[in-house]
Design a protein around this ligand. Structure first.
Ligand SMILES: C=C(O[C@@H]1C=C(C(=O)O)C=C[C@H]1O)C(=O)O
Length: 419
């Protein structure tokens, strides 16, 4: 594979490798060693970039999505110029945005950044013995919630605001007999090379152990490089099959499904509407295309535009503008968020939020935090959701969430097809 070194999207003090065969990654992941700067290790690898940071130099004052752009601008303006001559710390914020726009985000300036992965503190397996899985809520309860969302949609037709879509999730608690190694989980998520793999520190949990969000998402919320803006939403899904002809049939059925196209179009319309005032030359193809992960087919649309004022609008501004899209929340956004709060009965935390980076020049990329688990000590909590629109079937939506759990379950070494 072609291995190039490129300037990191205009960040003058950070070079990163594009491409790579993963050999250095395997070497370092297997080396072992217990560097405490790994407490704050952050990683993001996509088909376009590889970013690994260690240490935490300074936190961005946490706050809600509405103030993210302003807080990041102030942060970089107040940041003293780098004084070190050797390996200056990057002028880069990395971290995660929660699902709830009002909840506090977790972004920080790392101490060091590189294009090589950190050494995993342990070289072993995730651990795979003694894991107990509990579906929270149960599958039956989830199906009831989907049925209730459908009722709410029907009832809204007679009210002032019509609810067209709500994305309902369920969670899976994995309890292990020993601490779960987030680095080993991250390493094993590599099996899905088209997805963006992430490992994000979220701060300490109740028992002092670091909470981390680890996953491999297929969905780009938004990236900004100079004037160029790109968003690649996904909505409308089908489980893949090991049988080639069944797999192909599932993809073609998805592409032809009126319900999935409607579910998808709501997302594209919302993103186009939100980006229109900020962009010229905003474009999306007229029909979605198939996007695949190892376990799922999705409908996807690449939306591209050019910012009117690239020097004044940052990747953080754009992430805060778009998040959460109807791919993970619904339409209209506020009504869907309220229904999700009522029906899910738990806090999504950083699931269905965003993970990514933004630099001092405002460039950056934010991915929707899906196909992930929050790992802390000997527990991992997985999440998966599905979009509910008129015509959705509760059992089919539950199957879809089972399919979405597979990405992390496989990396955990759990072979549990029917949850
Ligand atoms: C909510 C999730 O996925 C989202 C929902 C999709 C859908 O409803 O078809 C597809 C991709 C994602 O935007 C998830 O993976 O948990």
């Amino acid at each position: 594979m072609d291995v190039r070194t490129a300037e990191f999207w205009g960040a003058p003090d950070l070079s990163i490798q594009i491409g790579g065969d993963g050999a250095s990654e395997r070497r370092t992941a297997e080396q072992g060693g217990g560097d405490s700067s790994l407490d704050w290790a952050f990683g993001l690898t996509t088909p376009e970039l590889r970013l690994f940071t260690t240490g935490m130099r300074r936190r961005l004052t946490p706050g809600p999505a509405a103030t993210l752009g302003e807080r990041t601008r102030r942060f970089f303006a107040d940041l003293p110029p780098a004084t070190e001559t050797k390996a200056p710390s990057p002028r880069l914020l990395v971290g995660a945005l929660p699902f709830d726009r009002e909840a506090e985000d977790r972004l920080f300036l790392p101490q060091r950044a590189a294009n090589r992965p950190w050494a995993s503190p342990r070289a072993g397996a995730v651990p795979l013995r003694g894991m107990r899985l509990t579906s929270q809520p149960s599958r039956a309860h989830y199906q009831q919630a989907v049925a209730r969302a459908l009722e709410a949609m029907r009832a809204s037709r007679d009210g002032p605001t019509r609810l067209d879509k709500a994305v309902l999730s369920r969670s899976l608690l994995v309890q292990a007999d020993a601490p779960i190694d987030p680095f080993a989980l991250w390493r094993d998520l590599k099996a899905d090379p088209t997805a963006a793999r992430f490992l994000v520190p979220l701060g300490q949990g109740q028992d002092g152990a670091m909470r981390r969000l680890v996953g491999a998402t297929p969905e780009l919320l938004v990236s900004k490089r100079g004037p160029a803006v790109l968003s690649h939403p996904l909505a409308g899904s089908a489980r893949r099959s090991a049988d080639l002809s069944q797999d192909e049939a599932a993809a073609q059925d998805l592409l032809a499904s009126e319900k999935d196209r409607r579910e998808h179009a709501l997302v594209v319309e919302a993103i186009m509407d939100l980006l229109t005032p900020w962009c010229s030359d905003l474009r999306a193809p007229p029909a979605p295309a198939l996007v695949s992960t190892r376990t799922m087919w999705h409908l996807g649309t690449r939306i591209e535009g050019r910012l009117h004022r690239p020097d004044e609008t940052s990747a953080a501004d754009l992430a805060a503008l778009l998040h959460p899209t109807p791919a993970v929340c619904g339409s209209p956004r506020d009504q869907a968020a309220e229904l999700i709060r009522d029906l899910e009965g738990y806090d999504r935390g950083f699931y269905a939020g965003a993970v990514g980076w933004t630099n001092a020049s405002g460039d950056g990329a934010w991915y929707v935090s899906l196909r992930c688990a929050e790992v802390c000590g000997d527990q991992a909590r997985l999440y998966a959701g599905a979009g509910v629109v008129e015509g959705s079937d509760p059992a089919a939506e539950a199957d879809e969430t089972s399919g979405k759990f597979q990405a992390v379950l496989r990396a955990l070494g759990v072979d549990e097809a029917s949850l």
